[in-house]
Design a binder for this molecule. Structure first.
Ligand code: FPP
Length: 247
């Protein structure tokens, strides 16, 4: 029996975030170059995007390139930037066929012009799709995003002064790159590492974490279904007691 049959549709997470880790280790394990691991990782991206949209997940956020990834060897960074353009171009028909809108979070302005143009073009071509939002975190880190929000608040302060008391969680969230996107209920990390790696730091305050030893290129639809079933069997208490939740 597939884990898919155990998924309770009414309890489907509306936002799943993923740290796609292990491409390099997969390549090494299979006697290949690191970039080949990233290419294989794209196959997984395709399958997981499709599966998520099929299930009815509303937001899927993928950590594709972190602020810290800029420190990787230049050849690997260049290969990844090229792969992003190529993949996004190739995936356009799938995005439109499945009603998926492409969005991006992160310091997009720091990316090569070709990537910026490619993202803008694809975001425009998919902006009316409304089944699922695919959010790519590119040149992204949680600390960068929080700092960016603080800077924007200070900038706005010059024209539209607000008092300290007016700074609420809602107001702060509206300055984040993820403004308008609900916090993820489920965060999946592949390759077994037990860390958050500067991902969605503000947004994951009460997110359920699911860490699998599978490397990203080996992760498949069935693994996604299993993660969702695991999530659905948890009790989310948000700091309250079990009795309060059941009431
Ligand atoms: C982490 O594995 C993976 C990345 C830094 C890149 C992920 C990018 C893709 C899968 C391509 C996706 C493309 C689009 C358009 C979304 P790693 O290199 O850190 O692996 P390691 O820890 O085993 O070395």
């Amino acid at each position: 029996m597939s884990f898919k049959d155990k998924i309770v549709n009414e309890k489907l997470p509306q936002h799943i975030a993923i740290i796609m880790d292990g491409n390099g280790r997969w390549a090494k394990k299979n006697g290949k170059e690191r970039y080949e691991g990233h290419y294989q990782g794209v196959e997984t991206v395709h399958k997981i995007v499709e599966a998520s949209a099929e299930l009815g997940v509303k937001f899927l956020t993928l950590y594709a390139f972190s602020t810290e990834n800029w420190h990787r060897p230049k050849e690997e960074v260049d290969a990844l930037m090229h792969l992003f353009v190529e993949t996004i171009e190739q995936e356009l028909p799938t995005l439109n066929k499945n009603g998926i809108r492409l969005r991006a979070i992160g310091d997009i302005a720091s990316m090569p012009q070709q990537n910026i143009d490619n993202l803008n073009e694809t975001m425009a071509k998919t902006e009316h799709n409304n089944k699922m939002d695919l959010v790519l975190a590119l040149s992204y880190s949680g600390r960068w995003e929080i700092m960016d929000a603080v800077k924007k608040i200070l900038k706005d302060q010059q024209t539209n002064p607000i008092s300290a008391g007016e700074i609420t969680e809602e107001l702060f969230s509206s300055y984040l790159n993820t403004a308008g996107i609900p916090d993820p209920e489920l965060l999946i990390r592949t390759s077994g590492e037990l860390r958050i790696s500067n991902y969605l730091l503000w947004q994951i305050a009460y997110t359920e974490l699911y860490i699998t030893p599978k490397l990203w290129p080996e992760f498949d639809k069935e693994d996604l279904y299993e993660a969702i079933v695991d999530f659905q069997n948890r009790e989310r208490r948000f700091g309250m007691t079990s009795d309060q939740i059941k009431r």
